[in-house]
Design a protein. Structure first.
Length: 652
């Protein structure tokens, strides 16, 4: 490949840097449709006459201001309605305390005592009424000192209590709302990491399923992520993506319904790679294919893990330090990640810490969503409460790591409340790892199930054989890469996409109803001399050139020895005649078998049985001539002696 590669100047993942301006105030959010808990001051109760919804909770170093709406949820008018600011001075400081608050069904003891006029808001006067279904806004505020919230670097329960007249006319509690207010000692550090990865599209060298990757790097997801990273954010890259882009950059083709067409994204791929190499922040490389380690752990297939390891050591991401990224893992998957000998980042783990240790495996915790949902009935799932939960959790943990892989993640990370500041991972991840136990995973769709794994094994065997038979086809060099890609986290919940990709791979390797090559030879050969040659025809059924050699075995090599020729290359769809040499050391009949195999020794055809017969007619002929000559000479000499003896007798 001639495209630029990320240089060796990249540092470890621990030096990742985030550039984003974050703030401190919990910004205004739209009201939720969810109804609030009952007006009881400490515990959520069934339906109440009014629904109180908080839309903003602004905290400064001196004041607290809450705003929201009160809606008449009953069938009768509400009168003489006022809203008072409620607070509890019980401190939530540790990550565990904040986590417990997010799941609580009751708050600590608190008060709605009015310490100054701004602590209370008159919503409906004695001579006015709030009709059923009608809503009105309110705003209450107070100084932290008068509210008794003087401790910094802490979180408190705060809220609004609505009281008024309903039904029998007695003044009573109508409804309430609760949220969390946080006052950090300083700003909370946040590191943001950009992930560059994409669903696999490469079928073999220089052949892709479609032009989807071109769209991604031109004006799609990867283009947006690159623009963010160019602002100074830290990043990690999947070597599978780099390998595909490097392959595109030197020219490629795209699979079609009938054949393939030339790809149009070589220049764009080169440009994107150049932008990656020019990033000023430090980067790292993930495991090849971004595997779903939960799936890999569940399957327990050693060959799958070996392929991931092998492909991850490829030089496509040369110069980048390795890191293992695991998303929503269970304890087994996290242990597998730790066993690979790389730093571990656990994404979307429900832990209130920046660093955790689970059964000996240490990991940095990152979140792809900045707004965790509260599960407490006291905290309706509103944007405000998500922000409040996030701020409280990040303050208690000492920071936050954001994981960004989609445009939605970018949008969430760019619209952050006050109180946060950009920081590098060394600062955020400096805390000591905290012991943690991962909860069991809910039922989910794996990236790869047992049936698909069997398909991958069969494809792996075919790719290996195809690659040995056609070494220049660009298939054999990607065997481990394609097996690793089959376990990609990009297939989670996208089984149809996985099926389509595996189907395209299978189709590219297919020789319908036929083997890679076939062999034909005459079943009987006759030798008329000490050496001879006989032809064997080999036909290539692939769309790529194959290189084969013949393997021939004689059952009596002392009598007739058969010698296979050097390997031969056969053009796509063509046949080639290969001559086998035979050497005879005596007459008779010898049986032999011949088959085609790869240069590496993998058999491609079954044995073809042949019979070789040697007559040595030439040698026998010379023997006859010589013997005839000897007989002729002897007979002639004998006749001469007879004639001489007869003449002597006549003379006597």
């Amino acid at each position: 490949m001639t495209t630029p590669q990320p240089g060796r100047r990249r540092a470890r993942l621990a030096s990742l840097v985030l550039a984003a301006a974050l703030g401190f105030t919990l910004a205004s959010a739209p009201p939720s449709d969810a109804t609030s808990p009952s007006p009881a001051p400490a515990t959520a109760q069934p339906a109440s006459p009014a629904s109180v919804t908080l839309t903003s909770a602004d905290v400064t170093t001196t004041t607290l201001t809450l705003a929201g709406t009160v809606t008449n949820a009953s069938t009768e008018p509400l009168t003489d309605v006022s809203v008072a600011l409620w607070r509890s001075d019980a401190l939530l400081r540790s990550p565990e305390a904040v986590s417990a608050a997010l799941e609580a069904e009751s708050t600590p003891a608190g008060t709605a005592r009015v310490a100054s006029p701004t602590n209370q808001f008159v919503l409906v006067g004695p001579d006015d009424a709030l009709a059923p279904g009608a809503s009105r806004p309110f705003s209450v505020s107070g100084t932290l000192a008068e509210l008794g919230l003087t401790q910094t670097d802490a979180t408190w329960w705060v809220g609004a209590d609505a009281t008024g007249r309903h039904g029998d006319g007695r003044r009573t509690a109508l409804g309430q709302a609760r949220t969390l207010a946080t006052l950090p000692e300083g700003t909370v550090p946040v590191a943001r990491i950009i992930e560059f990865s994409a669903p696999p599209r490469q079928l073999k060298q220089n052949l892709f399923t479609d032009e989807g990757l071109l769209a991604d790097i031109t004006d799609g997801r990867l283009a947006e992520l690159m623009s963010v990273a160019e602002g100074g954010d830290s990043w990690v890259v999947d070597p599978s993506l780099l390998l595909e882009l490097q392959d595109m950059a030197d020219g490629y083709r795209v699979r079609g319904t009938s054949g393939s067409t030339a790809g149009t994204g070589a220049e764009q791929a080169s440009a994107w790679l150049a932008r990656l190499d020019a990033l000023t922040a430090n980067g790292s490389r993930t495991l090849f294919g971004s595997p779903d380690l939960d799936t890999v752990s569940d399957l327990g297939d050693e060959s799958l893990l070996a392929a991931i390891r092998s492909a991850s050591e490829d030089d496509a991401a040369d110069g980048l330090d390795p890191v293992t990224v695991v998303t929503r893992p269970d304890s087994a998957a996290l242990a597998l990640a730790g066993s690979l000998g790389r730093p571990v980042v656990a994404v979307d783990v429900p832990a209130p810490h920046v660093r955790i240790e689970v059964d000996g495996t240490r990991a940095i915790v990152a979140h792809s969503s900045a707004l965790p949902a509260a599960t407490s009935p006291l905290l309706p799932d509103t944007a405000l409460n998500r922000r409040a939960a996030r701020f409280a959790t990040a303050r208690a943990a000492g920071g936050e790591v954001r994981w960004v892989r989609t445009p939605d993640d970018i949008a969430e990370a760019s619209a952050l409340p006050h109180g946060f500041r950009a920081a590098g991972l060394p600062e955020v991840g400096a805390a000591e790892p905290q012991p943690w136990q991962l909860p069991p995973l809910s039922v989910r769709t794996p990236a790869l199930d047992a049936a698909h794994l069997a398909t991958v094994h069969a494809l792996r065997d075919r790719m290996e054989l195809y690659g040995q038979a056609a070494p220049d086809a660009g298939v054999g060099t990607l065997v481990d890469a394609q097996v690793a890609r089959a376990a990609s986290a990009w297939w989670v919940g996208r089984t149809d996409s996985l099926d389509a990709w595996l189907g395209a791979l299978s189709e590219r390797l297919d020789t319908p109803g036929r083997a890679i090559v076939s062999l034909d030879a005459t079943q009987r050969f006759t030798m008329t001399g000490a050496t001879s040659e006989f032809p064997v025809t080999v036909t290539n059924h692939l769309i790529d050139p194959v290189t084969i050699r013949l393997e021939v075995v004689s059952d009596n090599p002392q009598r007739i020895r058969l010698v296979a020729p050097d390997p031969v290359t056969i053009a796509p769809g063509a046949s080639s005649t290969v001559l086998l040499e035979a050497e005879s050391a005596g007459g008779g009949v010898v049986r032999a078998s011949v088959h085609a195999q790869t240069v590496g020794g993998h058999r491609l055809t079954p044995d073809r049985e042949i019979v070789v017969e040697t007559t040595n007619f030439g040698t026998i002929g010379w023997v006859i001539v010589i013997v005839s000559g000897v007989v002729l000479v002897a007979t002639t000499a004998h006749r001469v002696r007879q004639v001489r003896n007869r003449r002597k007798g006549e003379d006597g």
